[in-house]
Design a protein around this ligand. Sequence first.
Ligand code: WT7
Length: 651
Amino acid sequence: MADIESLLKEKRVFKPDSKFARKANWNKKTVEAYRKQGARKPERFWAKMAKDNVSWFKPWKKVLDWKPPFAKWFVGAKTNVSYNCLDRHLEGKNAWRKNKAAIIWEGEPGDSRVLTYGDLHREVCKFANVLKGLGVKKGDRVALYMPMVPELAIAMLACTRIGAPHNVVFGGFSADALRDRINDAGAKVVITADGGFRRGAPLDLKTAVDEAVAKAPCVTNVVVVKRTGEACSMKAKRDLWWHDLMADASSDCPPAKLDSEHPLFILYTSGTTGKPKGILHTTGGYLTHVTTTSKAIFDLKDDDTYWCTADCGWITGHSYVVYGILANGATTLMYEGTPNTPGFDRFWEIIERYRVTIFYTAPTAIRTFIRWGDEHPKKHDLSSLRLLGTVGEPINPEAWMWYHRVIGGKRCPIVDTWWQTETGGIMISALPGAVATKPGSATLPFPGIDPAVVDEDGKPVTPPNGGFLVLRKPWPGMLRGIWGDPERFKETYWSQYKNTYFAGDGAHREKSGYFWVMGRIDDVMNISGHRIGTMEVESALVSHEKVAEAAVVGRPDEITGTAIVAFVTPVGGVDAGKKLSGELLQHVTKEIGAIAKPADIRFTDALPKTRSGKIMRRLLRDIASGKESAGDTTTLEDYSVLAKLRESDEN
Ligand code: WT7
């Protein structure tokens, strides 16, 4: 609770700028009216949003069918996500957007491409026909394992056009992690590339695909985008080049008229067990949620150049690089590479060159920029920026102030947006023309969203007490389930409180109603804004032949928010030391991916356990962060373990 207290001392308030507010898509009056309606009649509010912001082939019969924990939104309606992101910008009064940039893409080596709405529509239709030609039918799953190139967005949109749910797997995940996700989703086709550019060098992707697909019998074909031009193996009949298939594809592909509840995509995220969860999102509700929030929170206008730095391998890339932004007919910038290649000013150089107006990134990136020094952003003209956003983890007030001052030139509102893979879209955030901000607070719920902070019995806590963040009403973008595992869906999110969604975050709500989200309270770590389950890393470690037992915890880290610390007991007779550490790091990279690599590995001959054998992570967390353990140790089975662990050196 010390964190909460320090944040509560935050007294700085930033009121919406009147010039910004006058032109905002949602002004104070609009927001007040929507808040009222959202609180009293949330279904009516969301129905209005669905009508105003989404195009439907057939209207709904019922706004919401809620049989907790299963929700159906816009029951009986038909729509198509790619139609909303593309076709409708080429028709009627929007037809002028045909030659407007939909995607501005910048490759890491400095090459670039612009796809207009007309171009993107044609490419998506063609690739949808390619998928059909490979036998992909409505309902079939397609896995995507790609660098941040336009073909990734094209493939996603093509899937939605024919109703084939996609399963994007972040390119940083290992072959084993990819294989598990392909198999769990039962993907028929995999779309990949020969590689992508990262940190100035080509990074191979195809080898991992080959390894994964060798153990994924559900896959019939692999489509390969030529990006780096590096040699890669192509298995006859199974593997096909993107450019060969596209050369003969027709650009005529009407969008499938899909049921509002038709599965849109599956995206895997970490939970408290070793097995990632396939979060399922569906069509009409998700589209309504991300389109509405993009318009209101990012204040998207036709002359904006919007840049979200997330990779499409994460939910942020789905909702706020591709779907929510294109559905508004806006221009989205996609960048392939890292922020320090070729120089530490790469992001600022991109903002200056393209005159980016809206910029959305993660607190961990902001803290990294602070460390690199102000001289890098100061070299560039950032005066085109008018709005800034953050997502992924709590932002510390100092990083917020730096973002405000150095990047925003004190003129840009900052929207700190709280949401999750499971929520589909933003749930708690300032509205830039209407809500005053405080550094470190995500401020207020979006209209129609009903979060609360409750105690163990589900009773709302009174300030200044903290508690568990929950959502008391269903919302359109909510996950519809965990792919293939309805029991886990109920257990994970709906078993703590009756008909209430349990978010897994600790939070505090001040008297004014402002939310301060403090971070995960379960065995899930937030590393640079990405979720990694402690159990996933533990099972990876324990699967190594030299490891008898392992416990993994997070410790606070100045840059990444949390760093992974692993306590490892080697099997008898094995030498614990630098060499074993190295082997284990490699092993975790192979099992999960480099993002799950522990920052420290500490060897110990015993782990602190309760008498019933449960590892006491709380104690390990204290030790990992160098704190004297103030917590209760009365259930500890062997007291001497604690002293020994403190002595255990970082290896
Ligand atoms: C977890 C969800 C939502 C896209 C990126 C992460 C943390 C997210 C905030 C914020 C404090 C935040 C929470 C949440 N989180 N945004 N603005 N303030 N914490 O998606 O991987 O599903 O992770 O990220 O702990 O539960 P995700």
